[in-house]
Write a protein that binds this ligand. Structure first.
Ligand code: KIV
Length: 297
């Protein structure tokens, strides 16, 4: 089926994603962690904004996602919530927030929805998360699954590697995706899996697949914003296309600012305020005549 570009300005919702898949639309997802970037993304028409636990890698400097807490996600989610109008806003359940029993997980997911304003939550893991996904859906919480490379498992995995490369592992991925659909998830992230397997999964389930490093056949693509904007420090994965080099842009800007301060050319008169002439006269301060009117702002 040929893919169509979505032209609709309507609010994106979890249920609307399934219809978008049926219509063959390619939707777009990016992460955001603060008000200005979330606002730029929403105004640019990004369909899904994810407050991901990649926060730990790209904003908080933890090096991986394991230490990220629910409270940290909440702080960033609230800022993003204030910016987003059209996109579907999804929040990640961080490591530890859904591992101590389903009641705790529901309580934590409800905090993301009620306090943080998330319209859906995402959690990592395949078949073993099925009972929890069912329970969350029963509690009216929309759930996005996440299978393939699950970065919260880094201490068990040892390294970030392509998943699903053997026949057994590929079959497990296909089964996990189906299990997520059957459990009531409205979409499933496929992270760093071979494109052939992502294609098979995308064609075999009715909920959309959201690919990151999973090839072109996924219904939706997602990238970590800082990676695609060139705001990272490590080596980028092969699936990250660098759309900008903001690190270079920022380094150039702050270096020029520092130079201007050090050589006395910043701030100029136009970038500062003159004393009103009357005040200057009373204080017997000499001012150049052209500064006789004080700026109001
Ligand atoms: O945390 C995150 O940003 C994610 C995406 C990469 C899917 O899980």
């Amino acid at each position: 089926m040929p893919y169509l570009k979505p032209e609709r300005p309507e609010k994106v919702s979890a249920p609307s994603l399934r219809s978008s898949k049926q219509r063959g639309e390619r939707l777009v997802c990016l992460t955001a962690y603060d008000y200005p970037t979330a606002r730029i993304l929403d105004e640019a028409g990004i369909d899904i904004i994810l407050v991901g636990d990649s926060l730990g890698n790209v904003v908080l400097g933890y090096g991986n996602t394991v230490p990220v807490t629910l409270d940290e996600i909440l702080i960033h989610l609230k800022a993003v919530r204030r910016a987003v109008q059209r996109a579907l806003l999804v929040a990640d359940m961080p490591y530890g927030s859904f591992h101590t029993g389903d009641d705790d997980a529901v309580r934590n997911a409800l905090r993301l929805v009620k306090e943080g304003g998330a319209e859906a939550i995402k959690l990592e893991g395949g078949h073993k998360r099925v009972p929890l996904v069912k329970r969350l859906v029963d509690e009216e919480i929309s759930v996005m699954g996440h299978i393939g490379l699950t970065p919260q498992s880094i201490n068990q995995l040892g390294a970030y590697r392509v998943q699903g490369k053997t026949p057994k592992a590929a079959q497990q991925l296909i089964d996990d995706a189906k299990a997520m659909e059957d459990a009531g998830a409205f979409a499933v992230v496929l992270e760093v899996v071979p494109r052939e397997i992502a294609k098979m999964i995308t064609e075999s389930i009715s909920i959309p697949t959201i690919g990151i490093g999973a090839g072109v056949h996924c219904d939706i693509q997602v990238l970590v914003l800082h990676d695609m904007l060139g705001l990272g420090f490590g080596k980028q994965a092969r699936f990250v296309r660098p759309y900008a080099n903001l690190r270079e842009v920022m380094t150039d800007a702050v270096t020029r600012y520092a130079d201007d301060v050090r050589n006395g050319t910043y701030p100029s008169e136009a970038e500062s305020y003159a004393l009103p002439a009357e005040t200057a006269a009373e204080l017997e301060i000499e001012t150049p005549s052209r500064d006789s009117k004080a700026e109001k702002s």
